[in-house]
Design a protein around this ligand. Structure first.
Ligand SMILES: C[S@@+](CC[C@H](N)C(=O)[O-])C[C@H]1O[C@@H](n2cnc3c(N)ncnc32)[C@H](O)[C@@H]1O
Length: 286
């Protein structure tokens, strides 16, 4: 009985925190924050138009095909590789050569829930220029591109260091008929600055690669001068390692963000020119 009560209590507090967060977000007087609130509400209640559903289903079909593929590819990994490895900048820059099947590589793609959140964020916020770090096989980019397609507005630049996966991603964009894309191949360290000059100002950023504390913060510093006044930045895997937890802590304390929203695995930061006071929100999104 005690055990059941504990579970009931946990579920209740989980739902309650979420509702409280939603209420606070929805009463906000800020365009970017309101967009995030609407997107979250749509994701939590699975509110989806038929045309949106068509896109999401097509993307999930591509994911299924990729997961079933036994084709072996060579991947140059310029990231942090594993949470406890603490590689040096030099090691990460040199990279590691991995051999994986396409199916194995697909497992590091964004989950359906997070993909749907990106999709809804872009549907609500209607950005003109989006930037993604970490294309991999193109799943998260496809969610963003499908939303841009439905908005009939906006472009996405996505960067990936491993040529083999980026080329498969490009095929997937073609298969899906997603054309609002510039897909760049290269290390973030080498090409991020150049790429940014092509898409200035940037309204929406998704950082999902090179999960190293200093690299993440450095990429943010590189991107910051090119952000628009109300930009939204989404950081994936904010609890992937001790370093990523520290990076997230640094970001939520950064005065340049008016709002930060901690959804446990994913963090959303908003640059806003509104006069509202700085606020941090926290809840969980499974
Ligand atoms: C988690 S995966 C991205 C998954 C993708 N966003 C999705 O959900 O479909 C991270 C990607 O970032 C790439 N990456 C990591 N560090 C990099 C670096 N320093 N330069 C370029 N690409 C990098 C990796 O090769 C990997 O494909």
């Amino acid at each position: 009985m005690k055990y059941i009560w504990k579970i009931v209590n946990k579920i209740w507090s989980y739902l309650f925190t979420k509702e409280r967060l939603m209420h606070k977000l929805e009463s906000a007087d800020d365009y970017a924050l309101k967009s995030v609130a609407n997107a979250l509400r749509n994701v939590l209640n699975y509110i989806i138009l038929d045309a949106e559903k068509d896109w999401v289903e097509k993307i999930e079909l591509i994911r299924k095909e990729l997961l079933n593929s036994k084709k072996v590819i060579t991947i140059e990994d310029y990231g942090a590789h594993a949470p406890n490895l603490n590689l040096t900048d030099e090691d990460m820059y040199k990279g590691k050569i991995l051999k994986k099947t396409v199916g194995e590589a697909t497992k590091s793609s964004i989950s359906y829930n997070k993909g749907f959140l990106l999709f809804k964020l872009i549907r609500e916020f209607k950005p003109s220029f989006c930037l993604e770090l970490g294309t991999a096989l193109g799943i998260s980019a496809s969610f963003q591109l499908a939303a841009l397609e439905m908005n009939n507005k906006g472009r996405l630049i996505t960067i990936e260091g491993a040529k083999s996966v980026a080329e498969i991603a490009r095929e997937n964009f073609k298969k899906l008929g997603l054309s609002r894309i510039y897909s760049e191949i290269g290390r973030f360290q080498d090409i991020l600055e150049l790429v940014i000059n092509e898409v200035n100002p940037i309204d929406f950023v998704f950082i999902d690669g090179h999960h190293d504390e200093y690299a993440t913060l450095n990429y943010f510093e590189t991107i910051f001068p090119s952000l628009s006044d109300n930009a939204i930045l989404v950081f994936d895997d904010i609890r992937w390692s001790k370093g990523m937890k520290r990076a997230w802590k640094t970001l939520i304390n950064d005065a340049r963000f008016k709002y930060t929203i901690d959804l446990f695995k994913i963090g959303i930061c908003i640059i806003s020119n509104s006069n509202n006071k700085k606020e941090s929100f926290k809840s969980f999104l499974k």
